[in-house]
Design a protein around this ligand. Structure first.
Ligand code: SF4
Length: 490
């Protein structure tokens, strides 16, 4: 065996689509290429030992924001114990600001951008000469029809136990400056019939959970409709063994034809991740995000009321020009639209993204280490930013977890952001923790907090018990909101 493809996934359940693309496109080198995935948190010594058990001549690492620090340790150790092994890096994290990165200094070669064609070519040159002279190779982007689709490389175990990532297109035509896809300038679709044939084959092998990584699923409505029809046909033919699909949507583009298709999906079959990021028009302008806020809000409301799709809507705190007050306004506006989950993200400065143009004017200070989270800016100082970080963490535990279905509306009242911020500050002051808060303890803390806000002990405990024990509150008092529906995210 000559070539090992590897990466450190964020979780075991995440199967790397990128590595499978590379393996599918290895051509005549495919037979001498293997794929071995790890999960972050594994010991570097064990990873290196396992890599070397394949006796590879070349190891290709997929480098992402979530694994760059740990992979750097692995590469450093690997080059110490087996300096003869050639290390090739690829992936979004090393595709920009390449030469200044520690991990790049440790490696032999780097491919920036698309690796489908360039990785096998580079491996061929390393194995058979002539020896590549350059360290950094700009990945060639071939016509989409020349890229072999990788879906047959999902093993039966992957199909049974892991999230299957699929893509009907790459790239994004929009230019939101905080996003790496802003550099794409356009989107490139794969031939739809081939793609759907691969989906059919996965389905026949037992796949029931398909997570689309297309940046904007609803860009080309004809394509979106055909893909949705594929899933609707499966649901109709086999309602007792339902299939489930996850798509990313731009929120202000939902023509009637698409709505009609979406409305046909039953409960539990469809999930949308929708980026709002900010409802503030000035911030949107600053980060070149084009969004019709009225249409976006109308569409989210329509999805809530007229479809069974589970909605996960993203907001980002820390963008240039966004104050705590303007963020709070957007948060409250979004909450009123009743998505099932609000993903409260904190801005990260992804390598290569154009948002750096605002660094000076807006005093943007980022953590120098991955994931390069914003620490402060002109409008939000460090300690306030940390309060927002804790808000986001507690929001996941209390709101997005769906475990406090009846208590949450009481906790938030008519000022969701402000009241949850007050709760978040109190919880931190009284636990000194944002992680490892056991559910029992969290329930007790929420009950205590409600008492500090004037609720009687018995009433608070009964309210919490209605969530914790799975019991329903008195129907007339607290209608169970839609947003606490079972969490469907993979
Ligand atoms: S945030 Fe979404 S719409 Fe904007 S560039 Fe990135 S992928 Fe495209």
């Amino acid at each position: 065996m000559s070539i090992l493809l590897t990466t450190l996934n964020a979780r075991y359940t995440h199967a790397s689509l990128g590595l499978r693309y590379l393996l599918a496109n290895m051509g005549e080198l495919q037979e001498q290429t293997r794929l071995q995935e790890f999960v972050i948190g594994a010991k570097a010594t064990e990873i290196v030992e396992r890599i070397l058990s394949y006796s590879p001549k070349i190891v290709g690492f997929g480098i992402y924001i979530w694994n760059v620090e740990e992979t750097a340790k692995v590469v450093a150790m690997l080059k110490r114990v087996a300096p003869q092994v050639v290390v090739v890096l690829g992936g979004p994290e090393v595709s920009h600001e390449t030469n200044e990165q520690e991990i790049v200094k440790l490696a032999d070669y780097v491919i920036t951008g698309w690796g489908d064609v360039t990785f096998p070519k580079l491996c061929g040159e390393i194995l058979h000469g002539p020896k590549p002279l350059m360290k950094v190779h700009a990945g060639v982007q071939p016509p989409m029809a020349e890229i072999k689709l990788p879906y047959s490389l999902y093993s039966d175990d992957d199909i049974k136990n892991r999230t299957l990532y699929v893509e009907a297109s790459r790239g994004c035509p929009f230019k939101c400056e905080f996003c790496l896809s802003a550099l794409d300038k356009t989107a490139w679709p794969f031939a739809l019939d081939n793609f759907l044939a691969e989906m059919e084959s996965l389905y026949q092998r037992g796949a029931r959970l398909f997570k689309f990584v297309d940046r904007t699923f609803n860009l080309n409505i004809k394509t979106s409709l055909k893909i949705m029809q594929f899933f609707l046909d499966k649901l109709e033919a086999n309602p007792d063994d339902p299939v489930y699909a996850h798509f990313e949507l731009v929120p202000d583009h939902l023509p009637d034809a698409l709505k009609e298709g979406i409305a046909k999906f039953p409960q539990g079959a469809l999930q949308f991740e929708i980026g709002i990021q900010s409802f503030n028009p000035e911030v949107q302008m600053l980060v070149s995000r084009k969004q019709d806020n009225q249409k976006a809000a109308d569409n989210i409301r329509w999805l809530t009321k007229q479809s069974h799709a589970h909605m996960h809507v993203d907001l980002i705190a820390g963008l240039p020009g966004e104050t705590v007050d303007s963020f709070a306004e957007g948060f409250n506006k979004l909450w009123a639209l009743e998505p099932h989950e609000i993903q409260f993200g904190i801005l990260k400065r992804l390598r290569g993204t154009p948002i750096i143009r605002h660094t000076q004017e807006f005093g943007m200070v980022y953590d120098p280490y991955a994931p390069y989270t914003i620490l402060a800016n002109k409008d939000i100082d460090f300690s306030t930013m940390q309060r927002l970080v804790r808000f986001a963490r507690y929001w996941d535990l209390v709101a997005n977890s769906g475990r406090f279905a009846h208590t949450l509306p009481v906790l938030l009242g008519d000022a969701p952001f402000q009241r949850f911020m007050a709760f978040s500050d109190w919880l931190y002051a009284n636990t000194d923790a944002t992680h490892r808060i056991a559910l029992e303890r969290l329930v007790a803390m929420v009950a205590r907090y409600l008492q500090t806000q004037g609720m009687g002990k018995e009433e608070a405990e009964a309210l919490l018990a209605s969530d914790y024990a799975g019991a329903k509150p008195k129907a007339a008092e607290t209608p169970a909101p839609k947003r606490q529906a079972r969490r469907l995210a993979a």
